[in-house]
Ligand binder design. Sequence first.
Ligand code: F6P
Length: 343
Amino acid sequence: MHIGILTGGGDCPGLNAAIRGVTRRSIDSYGSTVVGIHNGWAGLINGDTEPLSLYSVSGILGRGGTILGTSRTNPVKHADEVEMIKENVKKFGLDAVVAIGGEDTLGAAAKLNEMGIPMVGLPKTIDNDIVGTEYTFGFDTAVTIATDAIDRLHTTAESHHRVMVIEVMGRHTGWIALKAGIAGGADCILIPEDPVPISYICDLVSLRKERGKTFSLVVVAEGFTPKDADQFVVQDEKRDEFGHVRLGGIGHLIGAQIEKQSGTETRVTILGHIQRGGSPTAYDRVLATRYGVAAADLVHKGEFGRMVALQSSKITSIPLSDMVGKIRTVDLDLYEVAKVFFG
Ligand code: F6P
């Protein structure tokens, strides 16, 4: 077979491990040929590709980013671009395309599969919000980076008797905030799934003061909106091709309110893209490798229109259509565990 691979949407650690997994398995175990498609769907629209050999995927397992490049191009937004994709699939003789991406990229893959282009999906995102799988790769690395940041902010908060607000990524869900918050001993974790009012946060800071603690750590997901606010805090109203605005800045709004209402000096740190850059953890390297190998197996069994997934620690697959338009929100039992340590 002749197989195309692309990486779409926001990058994350583990993408190269997944590309390597698909390529090695396809060439070594099935005698297939593989082509890398540059910059997500944009490369399939414009015919921008490179052949992938065992040599070209050598040495990339632990490297951050994606050797193929990525973009937030939505391939099904314009009918003429769908036609260009169909023509290029024919021109390059592709028997299948492996799309590595989050909800947007995989949603587009589901639609293209329905239009007759054989697709297999592979779930990645630091946000861990894809339905049908327990983990997306990139998430573990982001949690590790955020936990390290919380640990570092902990010592300086303690020295200066300050409140530290740490804003982490998480557009629709609070997975990174919740896991890193628990691991870092946060005194309050704010997630999009639970829009508490600002007064709740200030009460927790005051409670800690009453208990003799002169500092607090508040972890907030970028997509959190307090009950008393009517909309997200955004950095840029401009929407990408999938309709998303750029989030970021809720930490400053919360920090200012905490300082005003509690009288405690407050500082805000926005971790931003540091959470997405650099080398993947061992967990993410292994998960991305397992997904890559499993995706190549699905392609060679002719099981198109499916996404590889992790369920009960085993690799399986689900129909791509099962994840379209849905978001996997945080485990509320885990949130209850986190709350035991609030205040
Ligand atoms: O979807 C993953 C994510 O990291 C979100 O948490 C964040 O809102 C978004 O990507 C930022 O993407 P970018 O700045 O690359 O457009």
